[in-house]
Design a protein around this ligand. Structure first.
Ligand code: ADP
Ligand code: MG
Length: 405
């Protein structure tokens, strides 16, 4: 079912209205309680700017960190509110409460076109418990609910799905914000019905967290290119030597079964960069995958693999990338990840739709300054994986359907 989005709501229905927006301001703070990385705050600006322009009275809620239902001063949203104020040219107010009397008074005092940031929803135990009373209190703060927190959409919390349900029960609307709309468009519509050839690239630390993604992509993808530590478990499944590489022993039978079923859809690396240890990059060298020495570990894909993967990627019409190809945090083991990132950019320039999911993959793109050179970089780590797997996300499911207005 298609969900209603903020773009479906005309300005007239927003002017002067109290609009409650759930954003993902779960940002890292430094020791001076300043925002160390404001990517997530910037990601919410399209939604917030639309609301300000339409003259809405915008009330912003979010979680930050894991205070576990208690007030933890170091996890206050005040620094995020301060950073937001630097990014926009409308007044940004903050109140150190979420649903109490002061919060209610502040929402009533808010003028059209202004922003009010409320305190961390997870200071209240009811948020993670999806408490109905809290959901109703939150819904009471606004006339309309906008969920723009895709990164939190896989959790059924009072501030994500509970408040949306309470809003709808009252006869009002709960809609997707701009960021959420883009995520649904790329991860839902594009990947749900991809233009072929559709090439998926999977890497990262573990096969166990991503096995369901491989399963769900297998019938849809023309190629699944595997790199990162995940490839090691597949090497073991093929009875290749893996040396001291990170291998998930308990997943070998599963990997073997998957390879038997995948035909030529799953493509493994041809060569890898090995070293005796992560902190001995000076002793690294490239070997074919049948020759990983017993005392060495695979830490990146090799140049032959980069060439083979690049050929597949640049010929694709749809590309999904999740998980770095090696330990990209160490310069000597980052060439594979760089190579794949460059191939994605080339494919994008040639007209393909290219989508990157996963926190570390997104960080790798940012390091390379290629963040804006692909079609879409998802802001949701766990949420994007679950969505790609085809699981319904509570934060999405709970929104109003298109037929509701
Ligand atoms: P994402 O956040 O993009 O989903 P993951 O969290 O699954 O990615 O994995 C990222 C981590 O995987 C990185 O810290 C990287 O160093 C690690 N990694 C990649 N390849 C290897 C490898 N061959 N051996 C050990 N760690 C690896
Ligand atoms: Mg990660």
């Amino acid at each position: 079912m298609e969900k209603l989005t903020l773009a479906d709501i005309p300005d007239d229905d927003l002017t002067g209205k109290r609009v409650l927006v759930r954003v993902d301001f779960n940002v890292p703070l430094d020791s001076q309680e300043r925002v160390a990385d404001d990517t997530r705050i910037r990601a919410s600006l399209p939604t917030l700017r639309r609301l300000a322009t339409a003259g809405a009275r915008t009330i912003i809620i979010s979680h930050l960190g894991r205070p576990r239902g208690k007030r933890v001063p170091e996890m206050s949203l005040r620094p995020a509110a301060r950073r937001l104020a630097e990014l926009v040219d409308v007044p940004v107010h903050f109140v150190g409460e979420t649903v109490g009397k002061q919060a209610i008074i502040a929402t009533r005092a808010l003028a059209a076109g202004e922003f009010l940031v409320l305190e961390n929803t997870r200071f209240l135990p009811g948020d993670e418990q999806n408490d109905e009373g809290l959901a109703e209190d939150l819904a009471g703060l606004g006339d309309l609910f906008v969920n723009d927190a895709f990164g939190a959409a896989h959790r059924a919390h009072a501030s994500t799905s509970g408040v949306a349900a309470a809003m709808k029960a009252r006869g009002d609307l709960a809609v997707a914000g701009e960021l959420m709309r883009r995520e649904l468009e790329y991860l839902g519509r594009t990947l749900g019905n991809p233009q072929h050839p559709f090439v998926a690239i999977l890497g990262g630390a573990k096969i166990s967290g991503k096995i369901d993604v491989i399963e769900s992509l297998l019938p849809r993808a023309d190629r699944i290119l595997v790199g990162g530590a995940m490839a090691n478990t597949f090497f073991a499944a093929r009875d290749l030597p893996t040396g001291t590489s990170l291998v998930e022993e308990d997943r070998i039978p599963m990997a073997r079964e998957l390879l038997a079923r995948a035909g030529d859809t799953v493509i493994l690396p041809l060569d890898v960069v090995v070293a005796p240890a992560l902190d001995e990059p000076e002793s690294s060298r490239t070997v074919d995958i049948d020759s990983i020495p017993t005392d060495m570990m695979a830490l990146d894909i090799g140049p032959k693999t980069v060439d083979a993967f690049t050929a597949e990627i640049v010929a694709a019409m749809t590309v999904l990338w999740n998980g770095p190809m090696g330990v990209f945090e160490v310069r000597e083991f980052s060439d594979g990840t760089r190579g794949v990132a460059r191939a994605l950019v080339e494919a994008t320039r040639a007209g393909a739709t290219t989508i990157v999911g996963g926190g570390d993959s997104a960080a790798a793109l940012t390091d390379l300054d290629l963040h804006d050179d692909v079609s879409h970089v998802s802001t949701g780590g766990g949420a994007s994986l679950e969505f790609i797997e085809g699981k319904g996300l509570p934060g999405v499911e709970s929104l109003s359907d298109r037929g509701d207005i």
